[in-house]
Design a protein around this ligand. Sequence first.
Ligand SMILES: NC(=O)C1=CN([C@@H]2O[C@H](COP(=O)(O)OP(=O)(O)OC[C@H]3O[C@@H](n4cnc5c(N)ncnc54)[C@H](O)[C@@H]3O)[C@@H](O)[C@H]2O)[C@@H](O)CC1
Ligand SMILES: Nc1ncnc2c1ncn2[C@@H]1O[C@H](COP(=O)(O)OP(=O)(O)O)[C@@H](O)[C@H]1O
Ligand SMILES: [K+]
Length: 554
Amino acid sequence: MIEAWTADEMRAAEKPLLDAGVPLMDRAARALARTVLGDIARRRPAAGMPRRRVAGSLGSDGLPGEGRVRPARRAGTRAPARGAAALLLVGAGNNGGDALFAGAHLAREGVRVTAVLVASEVHAAGLAALRAARAEVIERSELRVPAVVARAEAADAVVDGLTGAGSRGALRPPAGGIVRALADVRAAAEAAGTPWPWVVAVDVPSGIGVDDGAVPGPVLPADRTVAFGAYKPGLLLPPAAPLAGSVTVTDVGLGSLQGPQFAGTLRLEDDDVAAVLRAPGPRDHKYTRGVVGVVAGTEKFPGAGVLAAAGAVRAGAGLVRALGPVPVTSQILSRHPEAVTVGGRVQSWVLGPGIPSDGSDAGQDRRVYGALAAVTGVLDAEVTGGVVPAVIDAGAMAMLEHRLPEIAVLTPHAGELATLMSGLGHEVTRADVEAEPVRWARAAHRATGATVLLKGAVTVVVGSGATYAQADAPAWLATAGAGDVLAGILGTLLASRAADVLADHALTSRVAAAAVVVHGRAAALASGGGPVTASDVADAVPRVIARILGGDHA
Ligand SMILES: NC(=O)C1=CN([C@@H]2O[C@H](COP(=O)(O)OP(=O)(O)OC[C@H]3O[C@@H](n4cnc5c(N)ncnc54)[C@H](O)[C@@H]3O)[C@@H](O)[C@H]2O)[C@@H](O)CC1
Ligand SMILES: Nc1ncnc2c1ncn2[C@@H]1O[C@H](COP(=O)(O)OP(=O)(O)O)[C@@H](O)[C@H]1O
Ligand SMILES: [K+]
């Protein structure tokens, strides 16, 4: 499990260490420099490769004689980053201090380092160390944006040490102007397929909301972020998370300290998902494993029913009851003959994929209302079979009449969340939700009572406890029907854990996050770097679950 620490939690944890004289910044800077050196070396294979050295002249055949070839030096024994250029963007605080000390290490390794001081006062000891290592310094008073951009373009690596955990709001000038210019040039280079230096962010990409993942102004997207001590929430949460590139957490000595007291922002890893998945034992039978009721698909959109059923079946439901008009259920049966199309008790519901709320659905809306009565407990258990968890997707989100329990999971994408919240009296557009997904997912949880799973490149799950932020899927997953498969997978996981989530409603968000991981991993496995269909994703689910349960992580 990845557990993020907020800026305040980091400060509280580091204080006793700093008071005791633990050299946190020195450790941070060394780790940062090591990472930058490694990245530069990897990106300059010619410099890092062992080189055979030929002595004397060639033989008459044009080849050097064996005796005249000196053995290659082992890779890594030369300083592969020697002669490379690094540009440091240095802000006023400790984040800039980390960059300056790291720059001194880089300069001693033979890297040509230029530090751009973006504040009039920077970390004094760091600047002294950098000057002692004979790096070049561009003072705040000499700053010209075009010249900084030109330096960046000529560099092998850019180290972003403008702001870290002490950042507040959008980057102010001149940092903001420089970052906007660099981000624009980077975007243009990427669009044109031209090379651009490797960007390493110190602790966080400067300008992101450290605690909430906001992107209030310009941010230079990083290829790698070297985070000190722990992930910060903004490295996990959208929309900032993708700007961090790949995140390396460096232990600066906080490792043994207690983490956050309250569950804040979490990301599940495979071991955590394995603990949620319930593999059947010898005493299990299909009813103990969990029966999933699927009300999905209409004559207009039968495929959504097929895909939701596929997700449920492939994720290991004991039984899937697919309910709907014959033209839908016959298609589901032809693809999934193991499903049954008669009603009966279920341990979870999957409601809404492929059901428009325009009255054209041959009774699917009535089935959804009936199931929602079971989920909310507004009808007697003797009528409904009792309260069970549910996935409420697509059209079913427009049919809510009562406050929901946390065991109900709403699964909107940003557009659907905007519609849902607008219906509840909040003026909110899709763009608003995309700009502040966690804020609006939390608002939806408060307004409806349900667990809210907001889909996107980073999917967030919000209930009464921690916020989960999962980024397990390739962008190829953004394809029609992928959400229907997720609804089915989640229905099966909720059915298998129904007793647990009924006993502790707050567990629902963890089960939902686990379903997102299974779905994302299945997309990655099915994709292999290329396009996927929603059906491919469903087909890959059994292999992904086997790998996760077997500890053979996909
Ligand atoms: N917690 C840890 O374990 C460690 C933390 N260290 C570093 O310390 C950093 C935190 O240092 P600080 O508390 O000094 O904070 P920062 O270095 O993040 O930033 C504070 C400075 O940035 C300026 N600033 C803030 N918001 C700005 C904005 N929007 N536009 C322009 N300037 C802005 C402030 O005026 C202030 O001068 C961490 O991110 C990390 O890099 C490391 O040195 C050592 C290990
Ligand atoms: N850029 C992206 N990268 C990774 N996954 C994505 C991206 N965009 C969307 N997804 C995922 O693809 C799925 C799309 O689901 P949804 O929007 O409900 O589509 P549909 O209604 O067609 O099934 C969700 O699981 C979502 O998290
Ligand atoms: K930074």
